[in-house]
Design a protein. Sequence first.
Lengths: 326, 330
Amino acid sequence: MHEIMYWEAVRRAHDEELANDDMVIVMGEDVGVVGGTYKATLGLYDKYGQERVIDTPISENGFTGLGIGASFLGVRPIIEIMSVNFAWLAMDQLFNTAAKVRYMSGGQLSAPIVVRAPGGTAHQLGSQHSARMEKVFMGIAGLRVVTPSNPRQAYGLLKSAVRCNDPVFINEHELMYNMKGEVPEKEYFHPLEGSEIAREGRDVTLFGYNISVHWCLEAADLLSRNHGIEAEVIDLFALSPLDREGIRNSVTKTHRAIIVEEAEPAVGVGAEVMAILNEECFFELDAAPVRVSALNVPIPYNHALERAVLPDANDVVEAVRKMFGI
Amino acid sequence: MKIERKKRLLREMLFARRFEERCYEAYVERNIGGFLHLYPGEEACAHGVLEAADFGKDYVITSYRDHIHAIKWGADPREVMAELYAKETGVSKGRGGSMHIFDVKNRFMGGYALVGAPFPLAAGIAKAIQMQGGEEICICFLGDAANNQGTFHESLNMAKLWNLPVLYVCENNHYGIGTRIDRSTAVVDQYKRVSGYGIPSRQEDGQDVELVYKAATRAIRHVRSGKGPYFLELMTYRYRGHSMSDSNAYRARAEERMWSKRDPVIMLRDRLIEEGKMTREDFKNMDTEILDQIENEVIAFAEESPEPHVSGVERYVLAENDPWVRGGVP
């Protein structure tokens, strides 16, 4: 094991997959000469050439559709959407073509593309560059949705997504590219389904994904230190399909659940996990599940307002204290 | 064009006409559900272009008005009708319907229901052909109204930028659903619109299958020789409404009469008769044979086929037993 940054992990996965299969290509705005806005493809243009590391025009729906069409013939495109906010423009091709073509062709065609996009709220990027769109993608049948919370997952999830025969959306985070973490030196493929126990605990389960896993871990430390509460943190790296078994197992142990999400609460990860709790293990619950979400507000520019919209570790601690009545 | 080829094309186009008319009846009889977009009037477009293409090699993709393109590109008409009847034996196993005819073994890459969606898909198929070093091309058929979607402009730009082997065929039937082209489109000559992307183009009579064939032959030669994309505009007319839910009340009867005088099937029939290669009697017999074939083979197959079993409703959503889903170390 050695420590590398999140962006280096993503870059390494690109490099290995480009080397492994001539049919793997990378497409997106500034992925070539520039090497990617977040350096995810740094140096790969020189190594693999402009036919395989393709700088696209600013035409999100167009180049996403082009990647899907190429995938019909065995090409494996990794499509970078520069910011998840721009993915709205590609929704027609992602939802109407990639997610549905296997079904509506009776299994004759499939669209094994990978779409990566940095999402989340970063530093004062304003309403139109701060979208948290995972809830939109995870609601569509026929798409897989994963969201890496650390460099190991960022590397291994991209590797598996390229090989997998389904369209996979990878939701990254603008604030996490410089995060350091251990990544196996040997080639590694992360499962596209399931969840991970990020911290073992017995008193309450904190469900997080992507950046909110880190808020949960910070909150768990505070809870242990200040209140003697041992929280279990479950990392939902796969948002579609969600890991029903992993969710049930943890709550069967802790009997309490809090879901922490960066997005607005409506029809989100929290709502979906609560529904699964109802369906899978309602009678294991000792308290009503709670979600810690963003306010239902477009992201403001002003820093103080921006922070006020988003949850953090303290909000998680408060939610747990309220649940325990302390 | 050789006489045998002309006769075969006449037969294919008449079959296409009768097939679609029978779909209309089956829809009225409620044997076909959903949306149904029919092709009568436009037969010379698909037949002229695809006659000039390389069957078994070239890829074809189109919109929701797709039955006839699929059949011309090798799909079994029985399986197309079975799809419309929502049967397991349908080309898309009853999961697609009229707007989603797929026959991938013959490289018919599907019918898509979002107007303009196939433009970038076709460019992507062409990108794959280019990467794989093949001599195939991709042929994309869409209507004139699709050219007002962003995908038209985004795809033309990329196709030219990367010199992709794709032929865009615009079947200009002068209406986008119920809106006449001059009421929706600033430049009504569609072939002129692509000049801004540096793509060669041509406008041709879409009712005369021989002219379409000639124009398509030149267009395909251009694309196959590695010179990049080409845009062929075919001037045509659909006899029926946009779909079965369209009252067709927006068109002048005089306009319809004018186009019916330039019917692609009748024009080719009359030419063969003038040339002394066919009699009216021959044509009648051909028609009777086709009607019998549609009733006794095509409709019978669709009617007798089983519906998909409900237990299979969740198949084809994701890949089955994909090992990469579990991850691991190789």
